[in-house]
Every structure is written in structure tokens, then in C-alpha cells.
Design a binder for this molecule. Structure first.
Ligand code: UD1
Length: 342
């Protein structure tokens, strides 16, 4: 058995891809997920890809008694990757307390248990949302953070502050926060991918569902921004490349190669793409024509953001490898498989 890693939210979109990459290099993975936004079948799909069935415990991390019982049962956990969180920006505006409670209390429960059960290493899922609309692009890790645009975004900003303060007073604790830009795409096997409940909020699931005929038309939110073609610019990062960054972060923590006990890294490609470029690249790579129209701006959207990945490249030795073209094709292959399209 390899070294044991707990992945919270391990049946979710980024979590499941990370479990597969951890298993590929010999880690023994245990998943906690409450299945609030994913399904238990993902565990089967992970097993199909890796040949190894991860241990799976179903409960919500707000339940501190179950979490205690978990750490009493799994005594060999050396590191934790904490993905489990709510992530719908619009819903967070409607239900701020739900978001603050779920995303912050779960983190605090984990930190309590890490101290009690002597688990020293944590990788935290953060987001480029902590930068807001930055004054200068690309954003480096030292670009000043702006006020979050939503309660969801604020939970990420606050979580980073909680981690920083707890690390200061906990000599054994080491944390790496990965600030993801826009994760997209699916595993090349098409066995795991992003499966939003209901109408997708995010661009790429909306594109693939439109191409699959589930949605009639994609709305492009605004073409009057100060960008190449007027549509918003984001840094779209392949989910498998992103998953691999977590494996590197875990190894860095376990092997004690981090110089600072609280580190954070931008995880993106370093290149921005506009919404219209994404649509065009999707059409080119898949050969499917998309039905779309330009509509008004979406409130709360930032105009453009993309990462400076110099620090991730040099310090972590990590770099995004997969092109936008191939990534969009992988998203389409996944959508086709789950919808039974040839
Ligand atoms: C959003 C959140 C981000 C969060 C991420 C994950 C904001 C400002 N940011 O990122 O904090 O981590 O979701 O859920 O809300 N678009 C369309 N049509 C659509 C959908 C999207 O044109 O139907 C455009 C958006 O205007 C945006 C781009 O596509 O320019 C990407 O949108 P989306 O996938 O929702 O991600 P973000 O808004 O960047």
C-alpha cells in the first residue's frame, strides 16, 4: 500500500481527476464526499480508469462526529486535499449563510482533526476569484487581492486567511493553496468529467450541452468589453493538468521540500482566451457548429483575467501541457459518452 491521502470532494469534478492521478503514482486514496453535487458511480468510474477502487465514505464535513470517527478508522492518513465545497456563484449570492457555513466550517473541522490526529499536510482548493478584477495582467501570486465579487469567492479568500493564521501557530502544519483559474475538459478516457446539476452556469458545460442538443442556444455574456473581440477573457486550464498540480503539491508537502509552511500558487496556462475564441476553437476541434447569440453582460463577471504561472513553473516544476483545442475535444467526448451520442 502506498502512502495514504484523504481527498474530500473526491467524487466531484476536479476531485475525481485528482484521485486518478494520485493513484497513478501509487498513493492510497480515501474519499470523503456527501454526494451533494456528484454521484457514487464516480467511484466505479475511477476504478475503471486506475484499476484501483478508492475507499469511499459518504458524509458531510459539517458533521464533526462523523469526521472524528473517520480519523479514528483511517489512522494512516499523511495528507489531505480539501476540495469539498459549494461553488455556484449565483446561488452563493442568494444563500450566503449556506455558503459561509458549508465552506468555512468544513475547513475548520478538518483543521481541528488535523491537529488532533496529527495530520501535517494540506492542499487547499483556492481560486483566482481571490484577485477580483486585477489592475494588472497577468496576475502573479503577489498581485493584491481585491474584495470578492460573491459570497462564494469570499469563502475562498477567507479560507486562505484562516489557513495563514492557523499555520502561524501550528508548527507542524504545512499548507499549499492552489489558485485555480478556469478548469475545463475531461479525462481522456471520457469516464469522468464535469456533470453540473440542472442548467450549467459555467461556459464549457453549457457549450457541450448545447452541442448535444440539451440546450437550445449558448448565450455569450457581452461583446463590449475591452478585450480582443469584446467578450470576456479567462485562463482555461485542462482538468487533468490541474489534477497533476495537486500530486506535485502533495509530494512537496510530504517530502518537506516547501520552504514556507503556507504557500500558494497560480494554476493556469498563462494564456487568456475570449469566450468567442473558446466557441470557435470548440467548433474547430469537434466539427460541431454551435448555436449561439450575444446577450447582455452577466452581472459580477470580471472583464479579463489570466495567470502568471512563473512561480508554479519554477517552484513546483509544473506546467499546463494540454492545448485548448484538445481540452475542448475531451469535454465534448465526455458529453457524447454520457448522452450516448456517437
Ligand atoms: C466563475 C466564478 C469563479 C468560480 C468559477 C467556478 C465569477 C466571476 N467567477 O468563473 O469564481 O471559481 O465560476 O464555478 O462568477 N459565459 C458565457 N455564457 C455562459 C456561461 C459563461 O458567455 O453561458 C462566459 C462568462 O461571462 C465568462 C466565461 O464565459 O466570461 C467563463 O464563465 P464561467 O465558466 O461561468 O466561469 P467564471 O465566471 O470565469
Amino acid at each position: 500500500m502506498g502512502r495514504q491521502v484523504l481527498v474530500t470532494g473526491g467524487t466531484g469534478y476536479i476531485g475525481s481527476h485528482t484521485v486518478v492521478e494520485l493513484q497513478a503514482v501509487g498513493f492510497d486514496v480515501v474519499i470523503i464526499d456527501d454526494l451533494s453535487n456528484s454521484s457514487a458511480e464516480v467511484v466505479d468510474q475511477i476504478e475503471k480508469i486506475s484499476g484501483i477502487r478508492p475507499a469511499f465514505e459518504e458524509f458531510n464535513l459539517l458533521d464533526s462526529e462523523k469526521l472524528e470517527a473517520f480519523f479514528k478508522k483511517y489512522t494512516g492518513i499523511e495528507a489531505i486535499i480539501h476540495f469539498a465545497a459549494f461553488k455556484a456563484v449565483g446561488e452563493s449570492v442568494e444563500k450566503p449563510l449556506l455558503y459561509y457555513r458549508n465552506n468555512l466550517v468544513s475547513l475548520m473541522n478538518i483543521l481541528d482533526c488535523m491537529s488532533e490526529y496529527k495530520v501535517a499536510n494540506l492542499v487547499f482548493s483556492s481560486s483566482c476569484t481571490v484577485y477580483g478584477q486585477p489592475d494588472q495582467l497577468p496576475v502573479t501570486e503577489n498581485t493584491p487581492k481585491k474584495d470578492a465579487e460573491s459570497p462564494y469567492g469570499n469563502t475562498k479568500a477567507i479560507s486562505e486567511e484562516v489557513l495563514r493564521d492557523v499555520v502561524k501557530v501550528t508548527p507542524d502544519l504545512k499548507v499549499i493553496a492552489l489558485r485555480y483559474f478556469n478548469p475545463i475538459g475531461a479525462h481522456p478516457s471520457a469516464l469522468i468529467g464535469e456533470l453540473p446539476r440542472g442548467v450549467p452556469n459555467n461556459l464549457v458545460p453549457f457549450i457541450t450541452q448545447t452541442a448535444a442538443g440539451i440546450r437550445q442556444q449558448l448565450s455569450i455574456f457581452g461583446d463590449d468589453y475591452d478585450t480582443v473581440d469584446g467578450s470576456c477573457v479567462r485562463d482555461y486550464i485542462n482538468v487533468v493538468d490541474l489534477a497533476k498540480a495537486h500530486v506535485i503539491a502533495i509530494n512537496r508537502l510530504i517530502n518537506n521540500t516547501n520552504s514556507d509552511r503556507f504557500e500558494f500558487f497560480n494554476i493556469g496556462t498563462g494564456t487568456g482566451a475570449s469566450v468567442i475564441e473558446v466557441v470557435q476553437t470548440f467548433e474547430e476541434s469537434t466539427g460541431v457548429k454551435l448555436n449561439y447569440k450575444i446577450v447582455a453582460r452577466r452581472p459580477g463577471d470580471v472583464e479579463k483575467i489570466y495567470a502568471d504561472t512563473t512561480i508554479a513553473n519554477s517552484v513546483l516544476g509544473w506546467k499546463a501541457e494540454t492545448s485548448l483545442y484538445d481540452t475542448l475535444l475531451s469535454a465534448w467526448n465526455w458529453e457524447k459518452r454520457i448522452r450516448g451520442i456517437n
